[in-house]
Design a protein around this ligand. Structure first.
Ligand code: 5RP
Length: 226
């Protein structure tokens, strides 16, 4: 089975958690896009739900599929968010932000009663940190913020994310992203707390205590970890 087929299989299983009239957070990335696609089919068939997209890309996809959307201003509490991840540790701590949407993803997941993560098995790791940790920062003071982040991560290489045009990648919120190649992250909550103390850091891609269910698809089928 291809990686893409695994992502779709995980997305299809997550659809079983969706009930009529739910208010849903809609994640970002290639796996979440499968979920939005499948949700769109259900909506066309008559399912009534409303969604809050975690990125402009997901908003465009959901709109094109006719999924009704709302905002966290209009709808301040959601039933469930379904989103992908870059790495998932055994305690369901996540690294997210590979697609650059970590801030909205965290706000939307934080406003949801439940976070369901969908992924292929390759995202499941014993220890987080092989995937460079995305850290969203404000453009002002970038040099000083980067230096402070480097100090906080013990001098590990921190790189400003670039877009296809070679310029700094800009998030939907108008921020930059520093990717910190950490190696093993032994204590994610402590690291998140340390990084969040740095002026200029908006948010990190460490999602601690947010995911309640992980749907993992592999060559042998789909398994659910809670
Ligand atoms: C975007 C994310 C994505 O969920 C994460 O990067 C996984 O993406 P994909 O499903 O394409 O592997 O956090 O900010």
């Amino acid at each position: 089975m291809s990686a893409d087929a695994m992502k779709r299989a995980a997305a299809a299983r997550a659809l079983e958690y969706v009930k009529p009239d739910m208010k849903l957070g809609l994640g970002t990335g290639s796996t979440a896009a499968h979920f939005v696609d499948l949700l769109g089919e259900k909506v066309k068939a008559g399912l009534k739900v409303v969604g809050v997209p975690t990125s402009e890309a997901t908003r465009a996809q959901a709109e094109s599929l006719g999924i009704p959307l709302t905002t966290l201003e209009e709808t301040t509490a959601l039933d469930m968010t379904v989103d992908g991840a870059d790495e998932i540790g055994p305690d369901l701590t996540l690294i997210k932000g590979g697609g650059g949407a970590l801030l909205r993803e965290k706000i939307v997941a934080g406003a949801s009663k439940q976070m369901v993560v969908i992924a292929d098995e390759t995202k499941w790791v014993k220890t987080l940190g092989k995937f460079a940790l995305p850290i969203e920062v404000v453009p002002f003071g970038l040099g000083a913020t980067t230096r402070a982040v480097e100090e906080a991560v013990g001098g590990k290489p921190c790189t400003l994310r670039k877009g296809k045009d070679g310029l700094a990648f800009v998030t939907d919120g108008g921020h930059f992203i520093i990717d910190a190649a950490m190696g093993e992250i032994i204590d994610p909550p402590a690291l998140a707390a340390r990084l969040n103390m740095i002026p200029g850091v908006v948010e990190t891609g460490l999602f601690v205590g947010m995911a309640g269910v992980v749907v993992l698809a592999g060559a042998d089928g789909v398994r659910v970890v809670e």
